[in-house]
Design a protein around this ligand. Structure first.
Ligand SMILES: [Zn+2]
Length: 103
């Protein structure tokens, strides 16, 4: 039974996050949806999937959208990496994009 609740909660979180990304023109609504999603995850003790987790700044917990509330720079080094700067607190993340190994 608890599992079912968690599944439903996760579904809601995913919908909220998707909506938030769609309504990114409205920053207030966006943060509201993002906060609600986070609150649900805390309440149900849900570990957010990686794709969703990376949308939250680790420092200020704000929802970050590449190109909107975050600046994304792609490195030109051999190892492909991107740098995401949270525009709320200035925190910088580095993400390495692993090249897929040839078959
Ligand atoms: Zn931040």
């Amino acid at each position: 039974m608890k599992k079912l609740h968690k599944d439903l909660a996760l579904q809601r979180i995913e919908i909220l996050v998707k909506n938030a990304l769609k309504t990114s023109k409205d920053p207030i609504l966006l943060q509201k949806q993002a906060k609600l999603a986070k609150r649900i995850s805390t309440k149900f003790r849900i570990r957010l999937p990686y794709e969703i987790r990376q949308l939250y700044c680790k420092k200020c917990k704000q929802f970050i959208i590449p190109g909107k509330t975050a600046r994304v720079r792609v490195g030109r080094a051999k190892v492909k990496a991107i740098r995401i700067t949270c525009l709320s607190c200035g925190h910088i993340y580095r993400k390495i994009i692993k090249r897929q190994s040839p078959k």
